[in-house]
Design a protein around this ligand. Structure first.
Ligand SMILES: [Zn+2]
Length: 145
């Protein structure tokens, strides 16, 4: 007899293939984990997820936890900015269907997709890169963290 174990509905807690299909871990920061988003329509796009436990809303964190998380967010954005030189970084925290606290860090470029508007969560056509290109981007971001 086999039993089916339902996976944790939260991909940021389960850290299973649902997450690794979408992202590659870059590094752990003080209150979060920074991931490179595999879909790279917006060059340098990353996700920063709260790491300590499952929390849905930023106001559920203590002031200290929130400060650490926001420091990580700022540090990650600064590194992405230095690595890729976008014209602006967009910050997206939505999570209707995946409420675990996470921010999309989306570099935007003039004369490129959705400049002057909101980024598209899953753009079409998708832009996927070679493993070696992802590795190069990750090293570049890490060198500026
Ligand atoms: Zn979670």
């Amino acid at each position: 007899m086999t039993t089916t174990v339902s996976p944790n509905p939260c991909i940021y807690c389960a850290k299973d293939e649902r997450l690794t299909n979408l992202t590659i871990e870059i590094t752990e920061l003080q209150a979060s984990i920074l991931y490179l988003f595999k879909e790279q329509t917006y060059r340098g796009r990353c996700v920063l997820a709260y790491k300590k436990e499952h929390k849905n809303e930023i106001f559920e964190l203590s002031k200290e936890e929130r400060e650490l998380f926001m420091d990580d967010l700022s540090r990650a954005a600064k590194a992405i900015n230095a690595a890729f030189g976008p014209d602006k970084i967009n910050y997206g925290a939505y999570g209707d269907k995946m409420p675990h606290i996470h921010f999309h860090l989306v570099p935007k470029y003039e004369n490129a997709p959705q400049w002057g508007s909101t980024f598209v969560m899953f753009p079409e056509p998708t832009v996927h890169l070679q493993e070696s290109e992802y590795a190069e981007m990750i090293e570049k971001i890490k060198s500026h963290l």
